[in-house]
Design a protein around this ligand. Structure first.
Ligand code: GRF
Length: 207
């Protein structure tokens, strides 16, 4: 059983999808050992506590320097013996030191089909606004490993979602979550926990 930490900043619907997948037996080989938020008010913390999961807030404002915050984050993961870090709407740049220490052990969910509508500045509603502006007919979500870049690590899973003529950024954001994000994030966790994800030349092979 691998130990997973889920890092969040907001509402935590992706965290909820992971919790529900664990309860439903979709995730069998991983336990959610810890939830960390950088914001004390994140509703995700409530969701974690309600599910009986240890939930901690580690806020940059509690530390004198960014370096100290980074160290606290890494120390917490180390002390808990975390095998896999899941970024589920975590709006903090992951310290280089953490990427180096947890190489191929950090995954992120992004609400588009990478390499479209991703990279610096593409988060939240903006991703969907840009997809609508461009007039794409399909969009979706991507789970990928985190490397030193922004949304540039090896892609693990993607799922498409059709764009409707009358979609707004808000309606599209919700459908991408319901139809794609909440499905492929738990699925990717179980694949990794079952040792079925291999990386070869920067590309993922599911075995
Ligand atoms: C999701 O759209 C996710 O793709 C993005 O941030 C959002 C988080 O939503 N990275 P929630 O906090 O899981 O509800």
């Amino acid at each position: 059983m691998i130990k997973v930490a889920v890092l969040v900043s907001g509402g935590g619907t992706n965290l909820q999808a992971i919790i529900d997948a664990k309860a439903a037996g979709i995730i069998n080989n991983a336990e959610i050992s810890l939830v960390i938020s950088n914001k004390p008010t994140a509703f995700a913390l409530e969701r974690a506590r309600k599910a009986g999961i240890e939930a901690r807030c580690i806020a940059p404002s509690e530390f004198e320097t960014r370096e100290e915050f980074n160290e606290a984050l890494i120390r917490t993961l180390d002390e808990t013996g975390i095998d896999l870090v899941v970024l589920a709407g975590f709006l903090v740049i992951i310290p280089e030191k953490m990427v180096a220490k947890y190489t191929n052990k950090i995954i992120n969910i992004h609400p588009s089909l990478i390499p479209s509508f991703c990279g610096t500045g593409y988060y939240g509603l903006r991703v969907h606004e840009k997809a609508l502006e461009r007039g794409v007919k399909v969009t979706g979500a991507t789970v990928h490993f985190v490397d030193e870049g922004t949304d540039s690590g090896p892609i693990i899973l993607q799922k498409t979602v059709a764009v409707k003529d009358d979609d707004t950024a808000e309606s599209l954001q919700l459908r991408v979550m319901e139809e794609a994000e909440w499905k492929i994030l738990p699925e990717a966790i179980e694949l990794i926990a079952s040792d079925r994800v291999k990386i070869l030349n920067g590309r993922v092979k599911v075995i």
